[in-house]
Design a protein around this ligand. Sequence first.
Ligand SMILES: [Zn+2]
Length: 272
Amino acid sequence: MDYDKDFFDDSMTGLCAALCKIAGVEPPQCAAPASASLLGELHDAYGDIAPDRVLIYNPDAIGDWVMDKYIDKFASMLRVAPIRHRFKTVFPPKTPVCFASMYTGAQPETHGIVKYVKPVVTIDSIFDAYIRAGKKPCIVSVKDQSMDKIFRGRDMAYFSEKYDDEVVDRAVELIAKDEYDLICVYNERYDDAIHVTHPKSRKARHALDCYAVNFDRLANAVNEHWQSHDTLIGVCPDHGVHRMAIGLGNHGKNIPKDMNISHLFGFVPKRV
Ligand SMILES: [Zn+2]
Protein backbone atom coordinates (compact mmCIF):
# COMPACT_ATOMS: atom_id res chain seq x y z
CA MET A 1 0.00 0.00 0.00
CA ASP A 2 1.53 3.25 -1.18
CA TYR A 3 -0.26 6.10 0.58
CA ASP A 4 0.65 8.46 -2.25
CA LYS A 5 -0.29 6.25 -5.21
CA ASP A 6 -2.87 3.57 -4.47
CA PHE A 7 -6.59 4.30 -4.52
CA PHE A 8 -9.08 1.96 -2.89
CA ASP A 9 -11.52 0.27 -5.31
CA ASP A 10 -14.83 0.26 -3.49
CA SER A 11 -16.79 3.48 -3.96
CA MET A 12 -18.25 5.02 -0.83
CA THR A 13 -21.51 5.41 -2.79
CA GLY A 14 -22.09 1.71 -2.01
CA LEU A 15 -22.46 2.46 1.70
CA CYS A 16 -25.98 3.90 1.54
CA ALA A 17 -27.70 0.88 0.00
CA ALA A 18 -25.66 -1.43 2.22
CA LEU A 19 -26.93 0.33 5.34
CA CYS A 20 -30.48 0.20 3.98
CA LYS A 21 -30.22 -3.47 3.12
CA ILE A 22 -28.97 -4.37 6.57
CA ALA A 23 -31.70 -2.29 8.21
CA GLY A 24 -34.43 -3.76 6.00
CA VAL A 25 -35.17 -0.47 4.26
CA GLU A 26 -35.63 -0.04 0.50
CA PRO A 27 -32.61 2.05 -0.62
CA PRO A 28 -33.06 5.56 -2.06
CA GLN A 29 -33.75 5.82 -5.78
CA CYS A 30 -30.36 6.99 -7.03
CA ALA A 31 -28.24 4.89 -4.70
CA ALA A 32 -25.45 2.82 -6.18
CA PRO A 33 -25.73 -0.92 -5.53
CA ALA A 34 -24.86 -1.92 -1.98
CA SER A 35 -21.17 -2.59 -1.43
CA ALA A 36 -21.04 -6.37 -1.76
CA SER A 37 -17.69 -6.57 -0.01
CA LEU A 38 -18.97 -4.60 3.00
CA LEU A 39 -22.07 -6.79 3.24
CA GLY A 40 -19.83 -9.84 2.96
CA GLU A 41 -17.51 -8.66 5.72
CA LEU A 42 -20.46 -7.95 8.01
CA HIS A 43 -22.00 -11.32 7.23
CA ASP A 44 -18.73 -13.14 7.87
CA ALA A 45 -18.42 -11.43 11.23
CA TYR A 46 -22.01 -11.46 12.45
CA GLY A 47 -24.12 -13.74 10.25
CA ASP A 48 -27.64 -12.76 9.23
CA ILE A 49 -28.23 -9.62 11.24
CA ALA A 50 -31.24 -7.31 11.06
CA PRO A 51 -30.49 -4.33 13.28
CA ASP A 52 -33.50 -2.22 14.23
CA ARG A 53 -31.23 0.62 15.39
CA VAL A 54 -28.37 2.24 13.46
CA LEU A 55 -26.00 4.78 14.99
CA ILE A 56 -23.55 6.43 12.62
CA TYR A 57 -20.74 8.58 13.98
CA ASN A 58 -19.43 10.96 11.30
CA PRO A 59 -16.03 12.31 12.37
CA ASP A 60 -14.91 14.79 9.74
CA ALA A 61 -11.71 14.33 7.71
CA ILE A 62 -10.31 11.03 8.97
CA GLY A 63 -8.31 9.66 6.06
CA ASP A 64 -7.35 6.02 5.95
CA TRP A 65 -3.69 6.97 6.35
CA VAL A 66 -4.52 9.00 9.46
CA MET A 67 -6.22 5.98 10.97
CA ASP A 68 -3.17 3.85 10.18
CA LYS A 69 -0.71 6.38 11.54
CA TYR A 70 -2.61 6.92 14.77
CA ILE A 71 -4.21 3.49 15.05
CA ASP A 72 -3.79 3.50 18.84
CA LYS A 73 -6.15 6.47 19.03
CA PHE A 74 -8.79 4.36 17.26
CA ALA A 75 -8.44 1.38 19.61
CA SER A 76 -11.71 1.99 21.43
CA MET A 77 -13.60 2.50 18.17
CA LEU A 78 -12.11 -0.71 16.79
CA ARG A 79 -13.14 -2.63 19.89
CA VAL A 80 -16.78 -1.69 19.35
CA ALA A 81 -16.66 -1.50 15.55
CA PRO A 82 -13.96 -3.95 14.45
CA ILE A 83 -14.98 -4.32 10.81
CA ARG A 84 -12.71 -1.90 8.96
CA HIS A 85 -13.90 -1.33 5.41
CA ARG A 86 -11.85 0.67 2.92
CA PHE A 87 -13.79 3.04 0.67
CA LYS A 88 -12.80 5.54 -1.97
CA THR A 89 -14.83 8.67 -1.32
CA VAL A 90 -16.25 10.87 -4.08
CA PHE A 91 -14.55 13.74 -5.87
CA PRO A 92 -14.08 16.50 -4.94
CA PRO A 93 -13.39 15.29 -1.39
CA LYS A 94 -15.12 18.21 0.29
CA THR A 95 -17.46 17.82 3.23
CA PRO A 96 -20.90 18.57 1.72
CA VAL A 97 -20.07 16.71 -1.50
CA CYS A 98 -19.08 13.59 0.42
CA PHE A 99 -21.91 13.56 2.95
CA ALA A 100 -24.43 14.09 0.16
CA SER A 101 -23.03 10.98 -1.55
CA MET A 102 -22.78 9.02 1.69
CA TYR A 103 -26.46 9.41 2.46
CA THR A 104 -27.93 9.31 -1.07
CA GLY A 105 -25.60 6.69 -2.53
CA ALA A 106 -25.29 8.92 -5.60
CA GLN A 107 -22.35 10.55 -7.33
CA PRO A 108 -21.97 14.34 -6.97
CA GLU A 109 -23.26 15.08 -10.48
CA THR A 110 -26.48 13.25 -9.54
CA HIS A 111 -27.11 14.82 -6.12
CA GLY A 112 -25.96 18.21 -7.35
CA ILE A 113 -23.32 19.25 -4.79
CA VAL A 114 -20.07 19.31 -6.76
CA LYS A 115 -18.11 21.86 -4.72
CA TYR A 116 -18.03 23.40 -1.24
CA VAL A 117 -21.60 24.70 -1.07
CA LYS A 118 -24.36 23.55 1.26
CA PRO A 119 -27.72 23.63 -0.53
CA VAL A 120 -30.49 21.21 0.39
CA VAL A 121 -30.11 17.93 -1.48
CA THR A 122 -33.39 17.31 -3.27
CA ILE A 123 -32.85 13.78 -4.54
CA ASP A 124 -33.90 10.75 -2.55
CA SER A 125 -31.80 10.03 0.53
CA ILE A 126 -31.51 7.42 3.24
CA PHE A 127 -33.58 9.73 5.44
CA ASP A 128 -36.44 9.70 2.92
CA ALA A 129 -36.07 5.94 2.63
CA TYR A 130 -36.33 5.53 6.39
CA ILE A 131 -39.39 7.78 6.57
CA ARG A 132 -41.10 5.79 3.79
CA ALA A 133 -40.38 2.62 5.74
CA GLY A 134 -42.19 4.10 8.75
CA LYS A 135 -38.96 4.55 10.68
CA LYS A 136 -37.58 7.64 12.40
CA PRO A 137 -34.20 9.07 11.41
CA CYS A 138 -32.51 12.12 12.88
CA ILE A 139 -29.35 14.16 12.37
CA VAL A 140 -27.33 15.69 15.19
CA SER A 141 -24.77 18.19 13.89
CA VAL A 142 -22.82 21.30 14.65
CA LYS A 143 -25.05 24.22 13.66
CA ASP A 144 -24.74 25.41 10.05
CA GLN A 145 -22.32 22.69 9.04
CA SER A 146 -22.98 20.48 6.03
CA MET A 147 -24.78 17.71 7.87
CA ASP A 148 -26.97 20.32 9.57
CA LYS A 149 -28.04 21.87 6.28
CA ILE A 150 -28.01 19.59 3.26
CA PHE A 151 -30.73 17.14 4.31
CA ARG A 152 -33.23 19.71 5.58
CA GLY A 153 -36.84 19.70 4.47
CA ARG A 154 -37.67 16.13 5.40
CA ASP A 155 -40.30 15.18 7.96
CA MET A 156 -37.67 14.30 10.53
CA ALA A 157 -35.77 15.75 13.47
CA TYR A 158 -32.65 17.91 13.21
CA PHE A 159 -30.58 18.89 16.21
CA SER A 160 -28.17 21.81 15.71
CA GLU A 161 -25.64 22.24 18.47
CA LYS A 162 -22.79 24.61 19.31
CA TYR A 163 -19.85 22.25 18.76
CA ASP A 164 -18.77 18.62 18.97
CA ASP A 165 -19.21 18.11 22.72
CA GLU A 166 -22.72 19.54 22.65
CA VAL A 167 -23.55 17.37 19.64
CA VAL A 168 -22.51 14.30 21.58
CA ASP A 169 -24.42 15.48 24.68
CA ARG A 170 -27.53 15.70 22.54
CA ALA A 171 -26.92 12.36 20.83
CA VAL A 172 -26.48 10.61 24.18
CA GLU A 173 -29.75 12.15 25.33
CA LEU A 174 -31.48 10.92 22.16
CA ILE A 175 -30.07 7.41 22.52
CA ALA A 176 -31.41 7.36 26.07
CA LYS A 177 -34.83 8.50 24.87
CA ASP A 178 -34.85 5.56 22.47
CA GLU A 179 -37.12 7.16 19.87
CA TYR A 180 -35.01 7.15 16.71
CA ASP A 181 -34.17 4.23 14.45
CA LEU A 182 -31.27 5.96 12.69
CA ILE A 183 -29.11 8.59 14.39
CA CYS A 184 -26.32 10.33 12.45
CA VAL A 185 -23.89 12.22 14.65
CA TYR A 186 -21.50 14.73 13.10
CA ASN A 187 -18.23 15.94 14.69
CA GLU A 188 -15.67 18.30 13.13
CA ARG A 189 -12.78 19.03 15.48
CA TYR A 190 -10.11 17.23 13.44
CA ASP A 191 -11.11 18.97 10.19
CA ASP A 192 -11.00 22.33 11.97
CA ALA A 193 -7.58 21.53 13.43
CA ILE A 194 -5.93 20.48 10.18
CA HIS A 195 -7.00 23.64 8.36
CA VAL A 196 -5.32 25.90 10.92
CA THR A 197 -2.34 23.58 11.49
CA HIS A 198 -1.66 20.30 9.68
CA PRO A 199 -2.78 16.64 9.86
CA LYS A 200 -0.10 15.57 12.36
CA SER A 201 0.00 18.67 14.56
CA ARG A 202 -0.46 18.55 18.31
CA LYS A 203 -3.85 20.23 17.87
CA ALA A 204 -4.88 17.67 15.24
CA ARG A 205 -3.76 14.74 17.38
CA HIS A 206 -5.72 16.18 20.27
CA ALA A 207 -8.77 16.33 18.02
CA LEU A 208 -8.39 12.60 17.31
CA ASP A 209 -8.36 11.97 21.06
CA CYS A 210 -11.57 13.98 21.34
CA TYR A 211 -13.20 11.90 18.59
CA ALA A 212 -12.27 8.76 20.55
CA VAL A 213 -13.76 10.12 23.78
CA ASN A 214 -16.90 11.22 21.98
CA PHE A 215 -17.33 7.88 20.27
CA ASP A 216 -16.94 6.11 23.61
CA ARG A 217 -19.72 8.21 25.05
CA LEU A 218 -22.02 7.22 22.18
CA ALA A 219 -21.10 3.54 22.38
CA ASN A 220 -21.59 3.50 26.14
CA ALA A 221 -25.02 5.09 25.70
CA VAL A 222 -25.96 2.38 23.21
CA ASN A 223 -24.81 -0.30 25.63
CA GLU A 224 -26.77 1.23 28.44
CA HIS A 225 -29.97 2.28 26.74
CA TRP A 226 -30.44 0.10 23.68
CA GLN A 227 -30.22 -3.28 25.35
CA SER A 228 -33.54 -4.30 23.87
CA HIS A 229 -32.39 -3.48 20.33
CA ASP A 230 -30.06 -4.98 17.76
CA THR A 231 -27.77 -2.09 16.88
CA LEU A 232 -25.37 -1.45 14.05
CA ILE A 233 -22.73 1.11 14.96
CA GLY A 234 -20.72 2.80 12.20
CA VAL A 235 -17.82 5.23 12.20
CA CYS A 236 -18.04 6.92 8.82
CA PRO A 237 -15.75 9.84 7.93
CA ASP A 238 -16.38 11.81 4.75
CA HIS A 239 -12.91 12.27 3.22
CA GLY A 240 -9.22 12.27 4.07
CA VAL A 241 -6.61 14.98 4.34
CA HIS A 242 -3.13 15.95 3.15
CA ARG A 243 -0.53 18.55 3.99
CA MET A 244 0.05 21.27 1.40
CA ALA A 245 3.48 22.59 0.42
CA ILE A 246 2.74 25.78 2.36
CA GLY A 247 2.39 23.64 5.49
CA LEU A 248 -1.31 23.71 6.28
CA GLY A 249 -3.60 20.73 6.06
CA ASN A 250 -6.27 20.57 3.37
CA HIS A 251 -8.47 18.24 1.32
CA GLY A 252 -10.14 18.40 -2.05
CA LYS A 253 -7.63 16.82 -4.42
CA ASN A 254 -7.87 13.61 -6.39
CA ILE A 255 -5.07 11.96 -4.40
CA PRO A 256 -5.18 8.84 -2.21
CA LYS A 257 -4.60 10.76 1.02
CA ASP A 258 -7.79 12.76 0.40
CA MET A 259 -9.83 10.03 -1.29
CA ASN A 260 -9.06 6.88 0.72
CA ILE A 261 -11.12 6.47 3.88
CA SER A 262 -11.86 3.66 6.30
CA HIS A 263 -15.28 3.08 7.77
CA LEU A 264 -15.67 0.99 10.93
CA PHE A 265 -18.68 -1.15 11.78
CA GLY A 266 -19.81 -3.21 14.70
CA PHE A 267 -22.96 -5.03 15.72
CA VAL A 268 -24.30 -4.89 19.27
CA PRO A 269 -26.96 -7.58 19.75
CA LYS A 270 -29.89 -7.12 22.06
CA ARG A 271 -29.53 -8.58 25.52
CA VAL A 272 -33.07 -8.42 26.85
ZN1 LIG B 1 -15.13 17.11 5.81
